[in-house]
Design a protein around this ligand. Structure first.
Ligand SMILES: [Zn+2]
Ligand SMILES: [Zn+2]
Length: 186
């Protein structure tokens, strides 16, 4: 499950089309417990892997739905989350002579969007969880033009206006009413 068996990648590539619950991916399960975010759909995963020697090119597409809270007005809403990604998986050296060497390789791999694998399969769970996490908005908004809450009385300004709002900003054209224009003689 969510592993690419390297031996099974044939000339035409290897396909994965699977649905998993977010709770089945450790990183996402932890997120669901901590933050105000809930996965309302299983995660749909499509992956194509092609092989050149020991190097595996992976193209994927992940999709799910989450329930979260607007960062401005605090209203819960549903959001579609989708991400496309491509990574290259290379075989990690089975035995590295020095530990410092190994961590250098891992660092370089991190920077280049390269996944290291060992053994005869590639574990995709962490990559997929990270793709979902990166696709989540940092400041979720129920809609682009969300007006948020009144910072004085807490009213949701998408649904109602409040007294303090009119006092605070007023009508920007109101000031024109008090202008007497010289051309206008009555
Ligand atoms: Zn909002
Ligand atoms: Zn108010």
């Amino acid at each position: 499950m969510l592993r690419i068996p390297i031996g099974s990648i044939c000339e035409n590539g290897w396909l994965l089309n699977e649905q998993v619950e977010a709770a089945g991916l450790p990183l996402l399960a932890a997120l669901g417990r901590k933050e105000e975010i809930r996965f309302v759909q299983p995660i749909q995963i499509r992956v194509v892997a092609t092989r050149t020697g020991e190097t595996i090119a992976i193209k994927g597409d992940v999709h799910t739905g989450v329930h979260l809270r607007c960062s401005r007005c605090l209203t819960p809403f549903d959001l579609d989350v989708r991400s496309e990604f491509s990574v290259t998986a290379v075989a990690a050296l089975a035995e590295s002579p020095a530990d410092s060497h190994a961590s250098e390789t891992e660092l370089a791999a991190d920077e280049m969007d390269v996944l290291l694998y060992s053994g005869d399969s590639i574990d995709l769970r962490e990559e997929i969880a990270q793709q979902i996490i990166m696709a989540l908005p940092f400041n979720p908004l129920c809609k682009e033009a969300c007006k948020g809450l009144c910072n004085q009385c807490g009213a949701n300004l998408n649904r109602s206006t409040c007294q303090c709002k009119t006092v605070e900003t007023g009508n920007p054209f109101a000031v024109l009413k008090n202008l007497s224009l010289p051309e206008k003689k009555e």
